[in-house]
Ligand binder design. Structure first.
Ligand code: GTP
Ligand code: SPV
Ligand code: MN
Length: 611
């Protein structure tokens, strides 16, 4: 599409200003068509950045630069006018100063490249809950990924009309080309100290520079649908959360929807697609990473998945662990930083089989002997630990019929969890809304490979799994949750709010082995949650919340009765340490923005543990 065909004068002006600053060779407005997708792939093949996969129709492998393999949290900024609005858990730079620095970087940054303009909708096109963004990028890889992850093109411009609201998103990989130069197989990006993933919450703008990978570059996802949307949600009275959405049906055919917040690489995609081991139960997928939720006229909270695809962690995905994900990626899929086998297929650690043939190309492009088993060797991985697949959600065999319903699905339960080798039980229901918010606020997890600059393996607090994704002060965010509960109660809808649960699939024994098999077996905990929502007598009240009554969750094969009891008990000493850590190290960070009621919960739980 030609710029002159644009009906939105503000949008046209913004694009022209970007063009003048970034000086691309040409400008293309994306129409979202399959022909456009194929044309972008041709560009990427010509630049030797894409490798076609013989084994998977219409699928391609990319290898990124080793410095550009995950989100960069220490280069991610919330540039609100006041530093206090960004809060203690976000990096902050004065917006005027940051724009000045980045304008300098953007100057001429697209020389030798095409500037693509991607109009996209987060949420079904035209839905009341959906939001429109426009991403300007010089990366064809971003265009094809956005085609899968969001709804792109002319249909979005039609909804936008001549004066509609959109979130303007700048993206450049920060690698202009000299005359006649080509990427020639080298993933383009800028050095770490030039990378910026910036958010301007007051003006609802996103400026990203220097990275081509995942959440740094696909700006609809973490930047718009979480960091900017969390600010919109605060201002407008809804929730934008790092949550999967699943539909669960019990053997009697009753249906509930649940949303679960786990930190990056802690099992959302897996839980959203799980195949229950419990006979007669069924789980279907609505979303695997982000939920936008608004109170409906009936007082219930309705959720939509703003995305249209999965950007899922590849390593660990196998027919055993996530059959439905494996089915979803058989065609029309982009793979990034996976291994490449001799027969033209992808391969990764814990894919369920050793690599076929004699040799394999690893994610850095080096030929290595093909591993006989799929066991990871630390530091010698064939696929990068944060290697990902980008696949259309509609290819998931268990995608729920209502996954694109513009009014969303009513949520019955929230689950919060993370990787906790000790202390935190398998499943635990909060005593009430405020206690649930308290539990969400102290959520912690072992760090994973999903962020580049953190040390994997150590536990950090990740409230609501939103630590890297909340676009404003986390203390205000806790208060937003408290207020939502208060408002529902004041309107007589307190009992219609989702019940809140805490879960942990990652407990380890003294031999450092997982005590719980996880994956499909997590259906046992989900069934318990389902029954809890119906008020079934299946729990015991304890100091930390409502835990499963002995016998209410049948242990899976391989889990002894003793282990089951251990997974479902209160570790009083562990919790005392937990509470002491929250009091000394976690809550003080938020100063007087921390809602008083959360300190009251802390006092109350401590008293119960000591009593
Ligand atoms: P992001 O896309 O980064 O937000 O991650 P996610 O939360 O969707 O995580 P995902 O489902 O992709 O899982 C990440 C890793 O955790 C994979 O290697 C999984 O195999 C592993 N995993 C998922 N569920 C379980 C579980 O129940 N138990 C164990 N032990 N590992 C799990
Ligand atoms: C995450 O890190 O939580 C992801 C991947 O879902 S990314 O899109 O890179 O943020
Ligand atoms: Mn995520």
């Amino acid at each position: 599409m030609n710029l002159n065909e644009l009906k939105h004068a503000g949008l046209k002006k913004w694009i022209e200003e970007a063009e003048a600053l970034m000086t691309p060779d040409s400008v293309e407005v994306c129409d979202g068509s399959p022909a456009e997708y194929d044309r972008m792939i041709k560009v990427l093949l010509d630049a030797k950045l894409a490798t076609p996969l013989k084994a998977r129709p219409h699928s391609y492998l990319f290898r990124s630069d080793p410095s550009d393999v995950a989100r960069v949290e220490n280069r991610t900024y919330i540039a609100s006018k006041s530093q206090d609005d960004a809060g203690p858990t976000n990096n902050w730079i004065d917006p005027a100063e940051l724009k000045n620095t980045m304008t300098g970087l953007y100057k001429g940054c697209m020389k030798g490249r095409t500037m693509y303009v991607i109009p996209f909708s987060m949420g079904p096109v035209g839905s009341d809950i959906a939001k429109i963004g426009v991403e300007i990028t010089d990366s064809a890889y971003v265009v094809v990924n956005m085609h899968i992850m969001t709804r792109v093109g002319t249909k979005v411009l039609d909804v936008l009309g001549s004066d509609g609201f959109y979130v303007p998103c700048f993206h450049s990989i920060g690698k202009p080309l000299a005359a006649g130069e080509s990427d020639n197989g080298k993933w383009p990006c800028a050095p770490l100290e030039h990378k910026y993933i910036s958010h301007f919450p007051e003006t609802r703008e996103i400026w990203s520079y220097g990275s081509g990978y995942g959440g740094n570059a696909l700006l609809g996802k973490k930047c718009l649908a979480l960091r900017i949307a969390s600010v919109l949600a605060r201002d407008e009275g809804w929730l934008a959360e790092h949550m999967l959405i699943l539909k669960i049906t019990n053997p009697q055919g009753a249906v509930k929807y649940m949303a679960a917040a786990f930190p990056s690489a802690c099992g959302k995609t897996n839980l959203a697609m799980l195949i229950p081991t419990l006979p007669g139960w069924k789980v279907q997928t609505v979303g695997d990473d982000i939920a936008w939720m608004k109170p409906g006229a009936d007082g219930r909270l309705y959720a939509i998945n703003p995305e249209a695809g999965f950007f899922g962690v590849a390593p660990g995905t196998s027919n055993d662990s996530n059959f439905n994900a494996m089915e979803s990626i058989k065609k029309n899929t982009i793979f990034t930083n996976c291994g490449l086998t001799e027969d033209g297929d992808i391969w990764w650690e814990q894919i369920g089989y050793g690599a076929p043939g004699k040799t394999i190309i690893d994610w850095k492009g080096n030929e290595k002997p093909a591993p006989q088993t799929d066991k990871p060797v630390k530091g010698e991985e064939i696929a990068h630990p944060n290697a990902r697949f980008t696949a259309p959600a509609k290819q998931c065999p268990v995608i729920a019929d209502e996954w694109e319903d513009p009014k969303g699905v009513p949520i019955s339960a929230f689950l919060f969890g993370g990787r906790r080798p000790s202390t935190v039980p398998l499943i635990n229901q909060s005593k009430n809304w405020v206690h649930g918010v308290f539990m969400g606020s102290i959520t912690g997890s072992e760090i994973t490979a999903a962020a580049l600059d953190l040390k994997a393996g150590t536990v950090r607090r990740d409230p609501f799994a939103m630590l890297p994704f909340c676009g404003y002060h986390m203390g205000d965010y806790f208060n937003h949750w408290i207020k939502l509960g208060k408002k529902a109660e004041a309107e007589g809808n307190g009992d219609k709010l989702p019940k809140i649960f805490f879960c942990n699939w990652f407990r380890k024994n003294k031999d450092d082995k997982f005590m719980w098999p996880g994956y499909g077996e997590n259906s046992r905990a989900l069934a318990w949650v389902f029954d809890r929502c119906d008020g079934k007598d299946n729990c015991v009240e304890t100091a930390i919340g409502n835990l499963p009554k002995p016998g209410s969750i049948e242990p899976p094969t391989g889990v002894s009765a003793e282990d089951m009891a251990e997974l479902c008990k209160v570790d009083t000493e562990g919790w005392k340490k937990e509470i002491a850590d929250v009091r000394a190290n976690h809550y003080p960070k938020f100063g007087d923005k921390l809602p008083k009621v959360l300190y009251e919960e802390l006092d109350a739980i401590e008293k119960r543990l000591n009593g």
